[in-house]
Structure formats: structure tokens, C-alpha cells
Design a protein around this ligand. Structure first.
Ligand code: RIB
Ligand code: CA
Length: 329
């Protein structure tokens, strides 16, 4: 990329690092955002999801420290969705192992987080770089929606939002939902926030469960992990530790498949290069009230497209390329 400006990105994320029962993909996405030659990571904000957002900030801090990038600001997001009530399922999980550090040492919050919340850091970053910053959202959309509510003027200053979330039913097995039969967990975590983002008019790219699954081969396999030389990169030991914690206690056990599904890193890869996946314009909205369907992402008929959805990806090729890129750190 020498001579070409890198795309400025802010990563809104819910990383668990060494915390049993959390997905490995957020810290891997963070490593990819740091390593990708087409991207300049300018800020990190944390949201609830895999773990509470203050713990997530400490996890992000551990990844940034391993990569030697503690210069990048990290801000803690809201611990609850726009409704003000954490879903009871998450409250119960955060009272257990998903609410405290696991076996990988984490820095203290005071040593990691800046003195403003995630929404304010989003606003500050966008206003400081008008029209230049792509937001990559790989957790729920609470921080994004809060920032848009606090300062509606930033909507026209955000270059684009690329998010991992939702399920469109395009893949018969995986495109349905993971947290419920029809809802993907990032959207389910805060459906009202997601609806605000989906209806914001901002340039949106959706990376859903339809493409982030074992059927597309978007999996960091046991075999690939065994092939990583811990001395290959300063971040390789942490990457291996994170993946082994995940494999001991996966969040979602995919029948017949082992390895880490790289949901969130695909959003980063597409933010860096949209040609990584096949994109299709669509109209999609979010169910916010359904008794059985809350958090479902629903294609809307006879409406103008509000986003581009990734509908196909060559998973194994993309995963190998991500791994190679991360190991350049
Ligand atoms: O449904 C997949 C999403 O939720 C990803 O963002 C992953 O981190 C998981 O927790
Ligand atoms: Ca995530």
C-alpha cells in the first residue's frame, strides 16, 4: 500500500481474551485491523456482548499491548442496551465466568481507557476526520446509536459502517440465527439500536451469519492453529492462547466442526477490501418487538436498498490471508 492512503477505521468491539465461553473472533478482528496494510486503526470502543464493556476494554488493552500499539485510544461503552435493561441471559452470564478475567492476564482499566465514553470517542473521532472514518461494528450497535442520538450531525460525516451481525436466511443451516432460531446475537443484544443504524441512511455493509459459518469455510481450523509458530510474530503466543481458551469452551458448538469461526474478522477484511466478498444491495430491517422474533433481520420487499449484504465468500482463502496478515505484526 505504499503511496496509498490507508482507510481510517474505528473498531467497536466486544472482545473476550482468555475468558471461557467467549468467542475468539473479536481479538482476532482487532489484530487484523492493526495489521492490515489498507487500514489505519484510529480508535477502539467497547460494547457489551461476549463480556461487559469495561472488561472488554481491558481485553482490547491486552491485544494492543501485545501488538505494541497502546497509543490507540480505547473507550468503554454502555453496559446496557438503549432499553436500559441488559437481557437476563447476559446478566446471568456476566455474574459468572463471562464477567471476570480468565487465565490470560489483563491490564487494569485505568491503564487502558480514555476519560470519555465510547459514544463520545466515536463523535470526537468522526468530527476530527470528517468523511474519512469507517466504523467497523462487531458487537451490538448501542454505542453507534448512542453517538448518532447525541450528535445526529455525524451521520453525514461517517464514511461507512461495516458490521458483523444478523442472519438473512440465505444459508439454510446457518443463516437463521444463533442466539435464537431467528436472531443473531449482535443484533439481538440491542435491536432498537440496530434498527436506528439500519435506518440511518449511512453507507452500510452487512456481514451476517449467512457467510460467517463453517459452510463457507470461514474457520480458523485446529490444523491451521497447530501450524502457527509461536515465534513467528510478537502476537502469535496471545493468538494461540485466545484460540485455545475458546476451543475448550466454545460459545456456539457447531456440530461436526472444530476451530474458530471468524465472524468479526470478515467485517474487518471487507472494510479493507470490499472485493473480499460478493456484495448484494438489499433492503433489510430489524424486528424490535416480536415475542418470538425480536432481533431478527428481515429482508423487506419493494423497498429501496439500505445496505449491501455479503452473500458469498471463499472462506478458506480469506482465512489463510487473514492469518498471514496478522502474523506480520
Ligand atoms: O454472532 C456472532 C457475533 O457474536 C460475533 O460478533 C461474535 O463475537 C459473537 O459473540
Ligand atoms: Ca463480536
Amino acid at each position: 500500500m505504499s503511496g496509498t492512503a490507508r482507510r481510517k477505521v474505528l473498531l467497536d468491539t466486544d472482545p473476550g481474551v482468555g475468558i471461557p465461553g467467549t468467542d475468539a473472533d473479536d481479538p482476532i478482528a482487532l489484530l487484523l485491523a492493526l495489521a492490515h496494510p489498507a487500514l489505519e486503526l484510529v480508535a477502539v470502543t467497547t460494547t457489551f456482548g461476549n463480556c461487559p464493556p469495561d472488561l472488554a476494554a481491558r481485553c482490547a488493552g491486552a491485544v494492543l499491548a501485545a501488538a505494541g500499539r497502546t497509543d490507540i485510544p480505547v473507550a468503554v461503552g454502555s453496559p446496557v442496551p438503549l432499553s436500559g435493561e441488559l437481557p437476563p441471559l447476559l446478566a446471568t452470564q456476566y455474574a459468572g465466568t463471562r464477567g471476570r478475567p480468565g487465565r490470560i492476564p489483563l491490564p487494569e482499566l485505568d491503564d487502558v481507557a480514555v476519560d470519555m465514553d465510547a459514544a463520545d470517542l466515536i463523535i470526537r473521532t468522526v468530527r476530527a476526520n470528517p468523511g474519512e472514518v469507517t466504523l467497523i461494528a462487531i458487537g451490538g450497535h448501542t454505542n453507534l446509536a448512542t453517538a448518532l442520538g447525541r450528535d445526529p450531525g455525524i451521520a453525514s460525516l461517517i464514511a461507512a459502517i461495516v458490521f458483523m451481525g444478523g442472519a438473512l436466511g440465505l444459508d439454510a443451516t446457518y443463516g437463521r440465527g444463533n442466539i435464537t432460531p431467528v436472531a443473531e446475537c449482535n443484533i439481538w443484544n440491542d435491536p432498537e439500536a440496530a434498527r436506528l443504524v439500519f435506518r440511518s441512511g449511512i453507507d452500510l455493509t452487512m456481514v451476517s451469519l449467512d457467510v460467517t459459518n463453517p459452510a463457507t469455510g470461514l474457520v480458523l481450523t485446529d490444523e491451521m492453529l497447530r501450524g502457527i509458530d509461536p515465534g513467528a510474530s510478537r502476537v502469535a503466543p496471545l493468538l494461540l492462547d485466545i484460540c485455545s481458551t475458546y476451543l475448550e469452551t466454545p460459545m456456539f458448538a457447531w456440530a461436526g466442526h472444530s476451530g474458530c469461526v471468524l465472524y468479526d474478522p470478515l467485517a474487518v477484511a471487507i472494510a479493507a477490501d470490499p472485493a473480499v466478498g460478493e456484495l448484494q444491495a438489499m433492503a433489510v430491517d430489524v424486528e424490535t418487538r416480536g415475542e418470538l422474533t425480536i432481533g431478527q433481520t428481515v429482508p423487506v420487499r419493494d423497498a429501496p436498498p439500505n445496505l449491501r449484504a455479503c452473500v458469498d465468500v471463499d472462506g478458506p482463502v480469506v482465512v489463510r490471508s487473514m492469518l498471514e496478515t496478522i502474523l506480520t505484526l
